[in-house]
Design a protein around this ligand. Sequence first.
Ligand SMILES: [Mn+2]
Length: 291
Amino acid sequence: MPTRPKVMTFCGVPQPTLEDCRAAIIPAPLEATVSYGGGTALGPAAIIQASQAMELYDEVVGSQPMDQGIYTHAGVDVRGPLTEVVARIERAVAEELAADRLPVVLGGEHTVTLGALQALKAARGADFTVLCLDAHPDLREAYQGRRLCHATVMRRALDLGLTVRHLGLRSSSQAEVRLIQEAGLRPLWAHELHEDPHWLTSALEGLSGPVYLSLDVDGLDAGIMPATGTPEPGGLSWQQVTAWLAAVCARHQVLGLDLVELAPLPYQPAWDFTAARLLYRALGLIFKGVS
Ligand SMILES: [Mn+2]
């Protein structure tokens, strides 16, 4: 039997038996096409490190999500051409889907999401919606000459025939806005959210069927999440993001998720912890399932 590489596990628990797990974390420390601040390569390790200090009990979920079994894989090799990296992520996600485990991709830059979406589409078709928490639509056809990068990843999702629904947008090009209108997308912009007491209803209106969750930490307000490459003011609070997650998970089957774009700040672990907690809350709510 091959020996498994030793990895620091999420929450610092002894590595559970893979076959007994409901979810598997796939670290993908990709940092290839960052446009402003760097540091996303260190994101997965910082989140896993911060999770060592996290309580296993989640008072909102009302249980210990870790008891359901969360496996922590060694990181995906993110060296080499981007298309190859995305293909490796796709294979890693496909393995989890085939084993009926929830794939959890930990970025790294947002480009990693494409691997997960390709795997899901191959496994079950395009009958699901990508729910994307993000300050940016990432809908550019190309950015700085690249068709595959963090600023185009949701455009590539549209190319796959998927439906994308954004939450928290507040930094977009005019061309992206035009595409949103032409493609009939239904984002909830951050400024709309802050003006609408019923924003949670609006955010999920008309949504049906299973979803994939793509959580870019810059969807959170820069005040509570400055540790990201392109922090934007006017974002969501912790309470708003977690309320949205709770509503989504209570109504929709979640097929997979990712948490991306954390760029840890030296000697300031608070936001690594925020990201770890967000991931753990999301897992707890997904395990709890549709109510
Ligand atoms: Mn973003």
